[in-house]
Design a protein. Structure first.
Length: 94
């Protein structure tokens, strides 16, 4: 018996991932941790990766207090390098 693959359209995946985020985080709360519930979804398959990646980069934040306290914090540099290497990511940010 062979296995079947069911393809879920990207817009449906996006809605599912949005619901997943909504059930884990309080409405209106801004959660900017890299340990987002969407992170594991990047590794499921290419289709899920593109949808999860777009959602992950839709909210970007940097803690300026942390950067001032720790001069070795490279958060800004890493974000800028990411946008430089993958210019399309900048269009995800809202």
């Amino acid at each position: 018996m062979g296995s079947r693959t069911i393809r879920i359209p990207p817009d449906v995946l996006d809605r599912i991932f949005a619901e997943l985020e909504g059930t884990i985080y309080a409405p209106g709360a801004l959660n900017l941790r890299p340990t987002s519930c969407l992170h594991p979804l990047l590794f499921i398959c290419k289709e899920w990766h593109s949808v999860a990646e777009r959602r992950l980069y839709s909210r970007v934040g940097l803690d300026t207090r942390r950067s001032r306290k720790n001069p070795s914090d490279r958060s800004y540099d890493l974000l800028l390098m990411t946008f430089k290497n993958k210019p399309g990511f900048a269009s995800f940010v809202r």
